[in-house]
Structure formats: structure tokens, C-alpha cells
Design a protein around this ligand. Sequence first.
Ligand SMILES: C[S@@+](CC[C@H](N)C(=O)[O-])C[C@H]1O[C@@H](n2cnc3c(N)ncnc32)[C@H](O)[C@@H]1O
Length: 280
Amino acid sequence: MLNFQRRFLATSEIFDMDTNTDALGRRLIEAGYPPLSIKAGNGRVQSGVIRGREPANGYTRGVGLEFGQLARELREHPLYLEALEVSRRRSVVIESRLMNLFLLIAFYFDALQDHNVAEFGAYRGGSSLFMAHLLKRLYPQANMYAFDTFEGMPPVDSSADFHLKGDFSDSDFPGLVQARQQSKLDNLQLVKGLVQDTFPRQVPVGTRFGLAHFDMDIYEPTAYAQSVAWAMMTRGGYFVYDDATVSTCIGATQAVEDLTRSRGLHCEQIYPHFVFRVGL
Ligand SMILES: C[S@@+](CC[C@H](N)C(=O)[O-])C[C@H]1O[C@@H](n2cnc3c(N)ncnc32)[C@H](O)[C@@H]1O
């Protein structure tokens, strides 16, 4: 099937959409960066909010990255390359997922009222540095909050989780602090400790998030963070799960199942990771 689709795409341009940057990525252009050939929907899928998400936008990003030219274009985009450089290979997040985080912040944040980002599960801080750089360039008033023990996995629930206590303990917290300083990312707030103890306590009252990135790989803290973060999201904000479709993270999948059942949600995007919208 995949081969068929790739062959089909080689002879078709249906997934390589026209350039239309009027509506998307305004902030990117104002900040002096070039536009990308990205367009909201390709005419196949109804646009707008349907069942609490915008399927046309999910298709644009997901299909563009998986089958179109979007990944190739991004690899040449100066802001994407800058952010990748700032993350200094400190991330275990796969590149297609970093690309989708880039698309959400550089193109789809325009439509949101609040632009702070929370990452639950920062490890060596790579994806946090990546997003903090994008915010610094495009939304300098916004903060990037990175939550982690920075000492590895806490005790896990062996009825759901594959990881073991102590996995990811080589977080090199001093190196992350140094990387933050070198990159002048004073918008990156490193919040050390169990997320169940630090969140939301260490975030100023009234903070609203445009995006929450869940990357703790295990059930309990993911279920906790998503339930507390829900009320702190701006309308239409993004819940993004790095890990819930990864073979070693069925505990995180279980948390997403809780979310879809309890909130009656449908996802906006499945590739390269789950994306849900809050409050639409
Ligand atoms: C896969 S790593 C995160 C990867 C990271 N986003 C990157 O860019 O490479 C998962 C992290 O979740 C953290 N974690 C798991 N449970 C946690 C909890 N209850 N509180 C804080 N951090 C937790 C672990 O310490 C680990 O560093």
C-alpha cells in the first residue's frame, strides 16, 4: 500500500499544494523568514472545525510530511535549521515530529490568542530548546516550560508501562542549562521535579498555553498532566503526543484513550504523532 502510494505520488501533484501564505505563517514572514508552500487543505477535505478539530489542517501537515514535499522544503528553511542547530542533537524526538512542531508554531499559532508552550518530558532538553527558539523568534513574549525530573524515569506502573525507573537518567542537566545560556533562551523555564509536584504550581497563575507536548512515555504522569493542562489551554490550543503511537509507550497510549473517552475528542492528525485540539 505504502509503495503504491509513493508511486502514485511520484506521478501526481495532488499532495503538493499551492503556495498560499496569506492565511498561514504571517508571523513567520513578519519576522523576516521565507514562506513555505503550505496551504490549508487541497480542496478534497471540507475546511473548518468538524467534531472539535480541523481535519483539513491535519491532512495538510500530515500528508504533506508523509507523502508530499513538505519535509524536503523544511530541511532548507532557515528558521527550521536554526532551531535544529539550537537543539544541538539533544533530542530523541524523531525529525518528522520536530517538523510538525515547527509547522504548528510557525504556521498555526497565528490563529491562537496565547502562545506559551509546555513540554512534559524534556530529558536532555532537545525538543524544548527547539520550540523555545521558535517562540523567541516568532512570539518573544511567550514562555517555554520544560517539565522533567531531569533525573530519569520515576517509579512506573508495570501493568501499563515498558520503561523502568531510572531510564533517561543521563539527562545532563548542567549541559542543558549551558545550552540555554549559549542560545540566549531566557524564555525557556526548566522545571525540575515530578510533574505531579511541580505542575501547575511552578507556572504563574493565569498562564495559558497554545501547545502542550506530552513526552513522558508512561501512563500516570501523562494522565495527570493532560487533565491539569486542559483548563490552562487557550481556545483551539494543541495537545500533541510524541509517544502515544510508539511501541514502548502503551502507557501513554492508555492516557490518550482516557482523554478521547472522557472528552469525546477526535484527533486532528495521526502522522507523525497524535494532535488534538482543545475547546473547539
Ligand atoms: C522520552 S524522554 C523525553 C524526550 C525529550 N522530549 C527529547 O527531546 O528528547 C521522557 C522523559 O520523561 C520524564 N518523566 C517521566 N515521568 C515523569 C514525571 N512523573 N515527572 C517528570 N518527568 C517525567 C523522564 O525523566 C524522561 O526524561
